[in-house]
Design a protein around this ligand. Structure first.
Ligand code: NAD
Ligand code: WQD
Length: 342
């Protein structure tokens, strides 16, 4: 079976994808500097799968370290998750985001070129779509009109990858635009572990449900949607991880560049998610309605026809399952991975 280098493999989506890769028989090497994760997640992946991951604690911006990793291993393809992802932080510190996300990716592609490994799956985001487009978003819609440096870094990386393919047709590239990943592995041993107070809805809800935070603020009920709250396309992280294996198969077997939306294609409002969570987990979520959060679009959901038709992508985990698995992870790990790490 091929050997896959997973950058950012200790993180939320990366760890779930490592599980799917190992369970499917791939050999996995991971590089992560753990700036937003813990190596404990890798130990848990090994526990779930009974298989070993070769781990390098390193920054993908280090040419020396990446050179060493490629020199020491026979790598067939890369799944590239490593990056910073907090929208607000990127507004406050754009240089950090451009340095980390852009320089990291350029360094990685340079090394891949050097070693003649030209197969890559890249984590992009629904955030690259323009707010002037009407949902559902499909891959042909315009991109680049983004409102923050995080989103711009994803847009620019997509453009760099297209240029790379134009310059050298030997590259095989899959760009995956995720919508809103939530949920956790059903064992409850790996999951999303944000540092400090979560920015994203689901980790906030699970913390309120457990009494770790007092109250959820819903960012406005004045949107032109069915209940006044924003609509998003939540996708279970295990369905998302499985999507990576389909994209990987494509880059391993074809000479291609393709962009795919990964979502469910179904929108869910904030209030609907909160209600679904209450019902699925049998808890009350204390919430209040607050003002709008800057930059939030009223409605974001995917057209997933391309991934379905070309990759055979199909999600199977419901909103109920997303809520149950998120809460199960939170209950079993109230302090995330930190309580286990010295
Ligand atoms: P995450 O923060 O949990 O995982 C990213 C991992 O990359 C972390 O383990 C972090 O330590 C590592 N990392 C960051 N910079 C690095 C560097 N320079 N060198 C080595 N490692 C580095 O985030 P995630 O939710 O798993 O997201 C994975 C990818 O998917 C990111 O690129 C993110 O932008 C993208 N994405 C995430 C979402 C989401 O909502 N989770 C949505 C769309 C796209
Ligand atoms: C979901 C909904 C909020 C928190 C972000 C990034 C995007 C992508 C996915 C990386 C929104 C509402 C939230 C809260 C709330 N990440 N909300 N109270 O903003 O859709 O997408 O993650 O690429 O780029 O922007 O996700 O989970 O933050 O918000 O009412 O405390 O929940 O307004 O409608 P978002 P989110």
């Amino acid at each position: 079976m091929p050997t896959i280098l997973v950058t950012g493999g200790a993180g939320y989506v990366g760890s779930h994808t490592c599980v799917e890769l190992l369970n499917s028989g791939y050999d996995v090497i991971s590089v992560d500097n753990c700036c937003n994760s813990s190596s404990e997640s890798l130990r848990r992946i090994e526990m779930i799968t009974g298989k070993k991951i070769d781990f390098y604690e390193a920054d993908i911006r280090s040419y020396k370290m990446l050179y060493k990793i490629f020199k020491e291993n026979k790598i067939d393809a890369v799944i590239h998750f490593a990056g910073l992802k907090a929208v607000r932080e990127s507004v406050l510190n754009p240089l950090l985001y451009y340095d980390n996300n852009l320089c990291g990716t350029i360094n990685l592609c340079n090394i891949m070129n050097k070693f003649g490994i030209k197969r890559i799956v890249f984590s992009s985001s629904a955030t690259v779509y323009s707010d002037s487009s009407a949902p559902p978003f499909d891959e042909e819609m315009p991109t680049g009109e983004v409102s923050n440096p995080y989103g711009r870094s994803k847009y620019v990386i997509e453009e760099i990858l297209k240029d790379l393919k134009t310059s050298d047709n030997a590259w095989s590239i899959s760009v995956l635009r995720y919508f809103n990943p939530v949920g956790a592995h059903e064992s409850g041993t790996i999951g999303e572990d944000p540092l400090g107070i979560p920015n994203n809805l689901m980790p906030f809800v699970t913390k309120v449900a457990l009494g770790l935070l007092p109250c959820l603020t819903i960012f406005s009920k004045d949107y032109k949607t069915r209940d006044g709250t924003c609509i998003r396309d939540y996708i279970h992280v295990v369905d998302l991880a499985k999507g990576h294996l389909l994209a990987l198969k494509e880059v391993l077997t074809k000479n291609t560049i393709d962009i795919y939306n990964l979502g469910t294609g179904v929108g869910c409002s904030v209030l609907e998610l909160v209600e679904a969570f209450e019902e699925a987990c049998n808890v009350k979520i204390n919430y209040k309605i607050g003002g709008k959060r800057q930059g939030d679009l009223p409605i974001v959901y995917a057209n997933v026809s391309k991934a379905e038709n070309k990759l055979g992508f199909k999600t199977s985990r419901s909103i109920k399952k997303m809520c149950e698995d998120s809460f199960n992870w939170q209950i079993k790990n109230p302090l995330g991975y930190r309580q286990f790490v010295k």
